[in-house]
Ligand binder design. Structure first.
Ligand SMILES: *Cc1c(COP(=O)(O)O)cnc(C)c1O
Length: 362
């Protein structure tokens, strides 16, 4: 049996650790996209709201709708709304981020069609990441639209591309100064109060002086901050455990898994675990790159990870069929396992599949 334990006490610890870094007036958007980074967005949303997070954010409208259906009443930003979902966004009182002329115009059209009240909007600028956002030279166009619009603009923001890099970092400084120029133009145009923001988790750790009105915290709440010294003030909130399904005694020369992915160079033992790439335990962790802990000892993944199962070499580690196996948690961090396999904690965590039962520890 495999299960993912989500420890809300640790989430609370991380929340306070992050809140301590903020000025008293700075607000937090709790980012719970991708099922709260692979954990359980409903439970995380409720806990973050009860702790005092001022708003939540998801990536797509469908994620916001799910939270509304769970009864979450807090403001929810939709970071990457697709224009065909604008009706859903209005119907569920979600707050869209508008990021291009096309998204603006579709939003205007959709809001004219409805009799419902129009939720507040957020405006995103692209200052160098070249993902989504209005170009800095489109600020005049945006200001022109705002003149004739009755939309409530709640916030204006940009997203930085490498906040974890050591300071000073010219790419980040350029992004920040571009954004500051955009802010000046908005402020000169209107005295209406709007919130500005640009920091994610490692942004807050690295550039607390630029926290502005809001920060957007994702990975930090889940216990990671992209640098060892920052990680120390956080606790990973998920523990992924399973139990050995079967043990095999192998002779030197025996092979393991599809395509004979691994060959024993001595007599040894392997354990078969009920978890595979369909659960997010990617093939990237195969071929000895990943490992698990059994009885506190490292057991490397051997051969290719299968869809539903994975094999690890246990040699003479004390264990029997049914013994507990630690995949993520005490003694084994998502960022370490990810790095050893050429990815990052974000990918590892968000890939954790639906099939794994979630257990919420209050
Ligand atoms: C995901 C996301 C965040 C959160 O980033 P973390 O590094 O997880 O804190 C913030 N802002 C935007 C726009 C995002 O897409």
């Amino acid at each position: 049996m495999t299960f993912l334990e989500i420890d809300l006490k640790k989430l609370e610890f991380n929340y306070h650790s992050i809140r301590k870094r903020l000025k008293s007036q700075t607000k937090i958007i709790g980012v719970i996209k991708a099922n709260a980074y692979g954990s359980a967005s409903g439970a995380i949303a409720e806990k973050l709201i009860s702790l005092g997070v001022e708003a939540l954010a998801v990536s797509y409208a469908s994620e916001g709708i799910e939270l509304r259906q769970l009864g979450i009443k807090a403001p929810i930003l939709v970071f990457y709304p697709q224009v065909d979902c604008f009706k859903d966004i209005i119907d569920h009182n979600l707050e869209p981020v508008l990021y291009s002329k096309r998204s603006w115009e579709k939003w205007v059209a959709e809001s004219r069609k409805t009799k419902k009240s129009i939720p507040p909007i957020h405006i995103k600028y692209n200052t160098g990441l070249n993902r989504i956002g209005f170009q800095p030279d489109e600020v005049h166009w945006v200001l022109e639209q705002l003149k004739n619009s009755t939309f409530e603009v709640k916030s204006i923001y940009t997203h930085l591309g490498q906040t974890e890099y050591p300071k000073p970092d010219s790419v980040t400084s350029n992004q920040i100064s571009l954004f500051e120029q955009i802010i000046e133009k908005h402020k000169a145009h209107s005295s209406r109060s709007v919130a500005y923001h640009l920091l994610n988790t490692s942004g807050l750790f690295n550039y607390p002086e630029h926290q502005m009105d809001w920060v957007r915290i994702g990975i930090g709440f889940y216990g990671y901050a992209n640098r060892a010294e920052w990680n120390q003030s956080l606790k990973p909130i998920v523990t992924l455990k399973t139990h050995i399904t079967q043990i095999h005694e192998l002779k030197s020369g025996d092979t393991v898994g599809y395509n004979s992915g691994w060959k024993a160079s001595k007599n040894t033992r392997i354990a078969v675990l009920p978890l595979g790439h369909a659960d997010g335990f990617s093939r990237q962790y195969g071929q000895g790159k990943g490992w698990v802990l059994i009885d506190g000892q490292k057991a490397p993944v051997v051969g290719n990870v299968c869809m539903d199962m994975v094999m690890v070499e246990i040699g003479d580690i004390a264990c029997i069929e049914g013994s507990e196996v630690m995949i993520l948690g005490e003694g084994i961090r998502a960022d370490a396992l990810a790095e050893a396999s050429g990815t990052i904690s974000y990918e590892l965590l968000t890939a954790l599949g639906k099939r794994i039962p979630r257990v919420i520890k209050q």
